[in-house]
Design a protein around this ligand. Sequence first.
Ligand code: FAD
Length: 404
Amino acid sequence: MSERPILVIGGGPVGMVTALALARQGLPVQVFEAEAMINDMPRAATTHAATLEMLAGLGLVDEVIHRGLVEPLFRIWDRESGKMVAEFDFGILKDETPYPFAVQCEQHKLAGMTLERLRGFPDVTVDFSARVTALTQSADGVEIEVDGAAGPRRIAGSYAIGTDGGRSTVRKALNIEFEGYTHPERFMILTTTEDIGLRYPGCTRNYITDPEAWFSLFKVSGDERGPLWRVLSATRPEETDAELMHPDATERRLQNFLPKRGRYDVVHRNLYHVHQRVAASFRNSRVFLAGDAAHVNNPLGGLGLNFGVHDAVEITTLLGQVIRGEAPDHVLDLYDRHRRPLNIEFVQQQTVANKKRMEEKDPAARQRDFDQLRRTMDDPALHRAHVRRASLLESVRKRALADA
Ligand SMILES: Cc1cc2nc3c(=O)[nH]c(=O)nc-3n(C[C@H](O)[C@H](O)[C@H](O)COP(=O)(O)OP(=O)(O)OC[C@H]3O[C@@H](n4cnc5c(N)ncnc54)[C@H](O)[C@@H]3O)c2cc1C
């Protein structure tokens, strides 16, 4: 058993889950998080079946379900006609997963409940306000430089896992390319306490396609103020922050999508750059990348964090086997060999296709896509294949088959 800790750089949801998966194997872990606390801005909420299965293995799933909203359905709409194009039901998967649904549980809740669990392990430390600024490695260890309240310090570890998000310092320190592209437009998330889902009754996960102004509409469980509805939409590249974030502008945006009498009670206004990028490698010797440090994608489909949790489970399983001497060092190669192509096949391809569907301008292409969606919905085998892919169950089963 290695005595030096495994260093987890970045205490977002993927970093916290990574640390817990290591701690539960009795491995020593140190987590370094640059910010003073867990970021609670509205980002991921949709947690899919494949991820719920893994969170069950980590003792987290009951709390995720309890603190989230369970939703077996998702719907695609045509904004122009106001008609639903297709409804998909994860319930069709009930014979192959104990979790035939998605759970809308905000990512800060997942990170927070994982942090709570970590506090129970004597060999785990989690340092907030601790920004990692540099990383070096040798044949048998890694060393990082951490900037904290007490000034810079150096920490040695056996391995490091970079879970430090899309702008990853770890990825840059390793000189690993972040291949792909950035969309010209940004996405805006607005949340409100108003029960705007009444316009799209019966389902809390709705994608409203439109060649001019698409939006998606999701409900999350929220906090003491009660549930929140989230409206996600694209902005135009030329629009400035000041123009977009002005309360009158966000009010106009919401009224345009969902007209109502009186002003909206807006809880969050957030703008995000949107990328489709995958690191050229998820590993350099004793250092691994996981979560957004390894791959970023647009949020349509709710796949990025889900896949990051799957990264965390895979790398921590492999590391545990190697450190305990149950497997040779070279099994660590499997991490990059499997995770990178799986991300491209399941996350990049699906999210790019989802965005294209939402914004397609060619009427004939829209019609073809709608016809295909309806055929998929109506045919049980196609319906099952569609939701297996959307829930990432197919990617997880494919990975498991590679070991069989
Ligand atoms: C609007 C929106 C909606 C989304 N919806 C979904 C969804 O429904 N489902 C889904 O699966 N995904 C979704 N995503 C994607 C999801 O939010 C990300 O995939 C997720 O945050 C990745 O988690 P992470 O822990 O890898 O990275 P992050 O959440 O970015 O966390 C990285 C952490 O590292 C810290 N850090 C950075 N640099 C350093 C450093 N040098 N030293 C120490 N710490 C550092 C940061 O402070 C941060 O806390 C959405 C994203 C957006 C923007």
